[in-house]
Ligand binder design. Structure first.
Ligand SMILES: [Zn+2]
Length: 427
């Protein structure tokens, strides 16, 4: 929780700015019978109802842009959500605001500071095409077609990752070598699938020579995908997860201890559990309020992402709060007895198993679960029964099936979730 007095004062300043400059937010506060002058202490912020994606989408652009700002400003950058939760949301902010947020996150991990000092960050991106604003799945697209205005190369892949033909994976690997980036910004699922493909044809290790780093984003890294990617890039290349959202850009990063820290320099953060502030260790949703956002401030924005704050500060000494990412709301499962089980808890049980490259655990009904996994070899009966038993304990269910699959479908937005809650699994 951002509870320092200066952080709260900055949040109030942001609320006041939004109230006087942003039409949607003015109505939002007026409807709640709340004015900026009512905000005297942090708990007063709870008088402002949280805001949600649909409100920003339906009021875009004029309702959510601050007075005096238009979409024709050349310093604006547009960020589009992947559409994992229905319609896509377009967010706009200044290029330099995004750069500041990125710099704050990269500073959290000393192994990434070389990027701040490099003459240029040369980024290679591998993720669902929807996340990249380019057409990737066309087999005839060239590297030039997939190079963004900032020079980022987006590697080719199918929208439904596991249907990507081998020839396209070969092309992605070849382009990766040719482009020789110093930053790989990848979805861990996509990178794992590519590394597994390369391992099958004898390429166990990224052959790059220059100093480089890997950032895992878009979906939650699992123990398995993280291990696979670390092995592929080798010990000289740091691999860390970053939290980034199209609504905000960078929100946080893992430090050298492997702890995720959230950026409280550029954002005011709240962890909310059932409408109340959540305590350390409690499963709580992250609400984000931007700070110093001139174009389109967001106030108490419900991210739909769940975290647990750590009880103790991280050994790295960072002042940014240490948290564990637990998963998205729609990916939470309900165990027998009603307890919510997060994708993080599921992944802690699954861990690293040599026979699982990727998996998806779906809740099919109140007490029915199926784990589908893809991997090079089939588990023996003992291995499979052991995992099934551990999942049955976690989920308090006697109805857990394990299926060695050759294919698992991506979501509509192109991402691939390790867990699917009952509503999601039914569609
Ligand atoms: Zn740390």
């Amino acid at each position: 929780m951002s509870d320092a007095p200066t952080a709260f004062a900055e949040a109030v300043h942001e609320v006041a700015y939004a109230y006087f400059a942003v039409p949607f937010f003015r109505r939002h506060m007026d409807d709640a019978g709340c004015a900026p002058t009512d905000l005297r202490r942090p708990s007063d912020l709870e008088r402002i109802p949280p805001t949600v994606k649909a409100q920003y989408r339906s009021n875009f652009p004029h309702g959510v842009l601050a007075a005096g700002h238009g979409l024709d400003d050349p310093m604006l950058r547009r960020l589009q959500s992947s559409g994992t939760e229905g319609d896509r949301l377009l967010s706009v902010t200044y290029v330099f605001t995004l750069a500041e947020r990125m710099a704050t996150s990269l500073q959290m991990n000393p192994r990434y500071r070389f990027l701040s000092e490099a003459s240029a960050i040369k980024t290679c991106r591998f993720a669902a095409p929807n996340c990249s604003d380019v057409e990737c799945a066309n087999p005839n697209s060239t590297m030039q077609d997939r190079t963004l205005p900032d020079g980022t190369l987006v590697l080719p892949v199918y929208h439904d990752l596991l249907t990507t033909p081998d020839a396209m994976l070969e092309q992605a690997a070849a382009e990766m070598s040719e482009y020789d980036p110093n930053l790989f910004y990848v979805d861990p699922v996509h990178m794992t699938w590519l590394a597994a493909h390369l391992a099958r044809r004898g390429v166990q290790r990224w052959p790059g020579k220059r100093q480089a780093a890997v950032i895992l984003s878009y979906t939650m890294p699992t123990h398995g995908t993280r291990r696979r990617i670390e092995t592929f890039f080798g010990p000289g290349v740091p691999v860390a997860g970053a939290l980034a959202m199209s609504e905000f850009g960078y929100l946080g990063m893992e430090c050298q201890e492997g702890t995720l820290h959230l950026n409280t320099t550029d954002f005011y953060l709240e962890f909310v559990r059932d409408g109340q502030p959540g305590g350390p260790g409690e499963l709580a949703e992250l609400y984000v309020t931007t700070l110093r956002e001139r174009v389109s401030p967001k106030i108490r924005y419900r991210t739909g992402d769940f975290y647990r704050r750590h009880h103790t500060p991280c050994r790295c000494g960072s002042a940014h709060p240490a948290v564990t990412y637990e998963g998205r709301r729609k990916n939470l499962l309900t165990a027998g007895g009603g307890r919510r089980v997060t994708p993080r808890e599921v992944d802690d049980v699954i861990g690293v198993r040599s026979w699982i490259d990727l998996y998806q655990l779906s809740q099919l009904g109140a007490d029915r679960f199926v784990l589908r996994f893809v991997g090079e070899r089939s588990p023996d009966a003992r291995e499979e029964e052991s995992l099934r038993g551990q999942l049955a304990d976690l989920l308090a269910s006697s109805n857990v099936r394990c299926v060695h699959a050759s294919y698992i479908a991506s979501e509509r937005g192109g991402k691939f979730s390790a867990c699917k809650g009952p509503d999601e699994a039914a569609t």
